[in-house]
Design a protein. Structure first.
Length: 269
């Protein structure tokens, strides 16, 4: 296939990327045929996935708004993905925050290239190519150290990413690694795929597609997700479905009330 002008030369167009598949679920245009084919396979057996992606994105918006209202001005968006409507700096701008600082971190070259192009002239933002699974390396990046003041509270965003980190890679240690860099008053924002009940046949089939993909999906229960926060203090309403976290009236309820995944925000005291 022809390589789009916006695609970096080292991107494999035939290998689906979770960032670009997620972009497709959200209605974005920065994805390739392999991404769309994989997404359509999932949607064929589980059409609710696109709505769940939108619900997750809406949670991110509400969480950023809530933290900004509490005075948090610095955000490290880990696994930020393909730029789309509702990026963190846009949420802050819509909330009237003019002194926000946002660093976007991703290892997908398309996500990094587009983020850099979009944010080239946006003050208070930076883009880092990095692997969120290595907190020390990410935090040591010059762009991170140059923009984020770690003597002030920071919000570490791990939205829809830790379900791609298997237990053997110690996701709780990843959370702790970022939290350790923050002063008291810093927060971790987290969303995660999972269920507290057996999978339906359609859900099992969709999950199996991800398990066979280059980036397998790990489902965790609410209790397992809460454990990822370690000694951080979970803010009300706790670990809940995305649409149930401090609803603002425009949430998209899950089909038949079955939320596939949970979200939470926790504070470092």
């Amino acid at each position: 296939m022809d390589r789009p002008s916006w695609a970096p030369a080292d991107v494999d167009l035939d290998r689906p990327s979770v960032a670009r598949v997620y972009d497709y679920y959200l209605g974005g245009s920065h994805n390739f045929a392999a991404d769309r084919a994989f997404a359509e396979q999932v949607l064929k057996v589980m059409p609710a996935v696109a709505g769940l992606a939108r619900s997750n994105r809406a949670f991110l918006r509400r969480a950023v708004q809530a933290l900004a209202a509490d005075g948090v001005r610095q955000f490290l968006d880990l696994g930020s993905g393909i730029p789309t409507v509702g990026n963190v700096h846009e949420v802050l701008a819509d909330a009237g925050v003019t002194d926000g600082r946002v660093v976007y971190v991703d290892h997908d070259p398309v996500a990094v290239a587009h983020s850099r192009a979009i944010l080239a002239d946006v003050p208070g933002t930076a883009v880092v190519a990095g692997d969120l699974r290595s907190p020390a390396e990410v935090l040591a990046q010059p762009q991170v150290q140059g923009l984020i003041d770690f003597t002030r509270p920071v919000a570490f965003l791990l939205v829809a990413v830790l379900h791609f980190v298997p237990d053997e890679q110690r996701p709780a240690d990843i959370v702790a690694g970022y939290a350790a860099a923050g002063v008291p008053g810093s927060h971790v924002v987290l969303s995660h795929a999972g269920l507290n009940r057996p999978l339906t046949p359609a859900e099992e089939e969709a999950w199996e597609m991800y398990r066979r993909s280059p980036t397998p999906l790990i489902l965790r229960t609410n209790v397992q997700v809460e454990a990822l926060f370690g000694d951080l203090t979970t803010l009300p309403p706790g670990v809940v479905a995305p649409h149930a976290w401090r609803p603002a009236g425009d949430e998209e309820p899950p089909p038949e009330g079955n939320a596939i995944g949970c979200v939470a925000v926790a504070r470092k005291d």
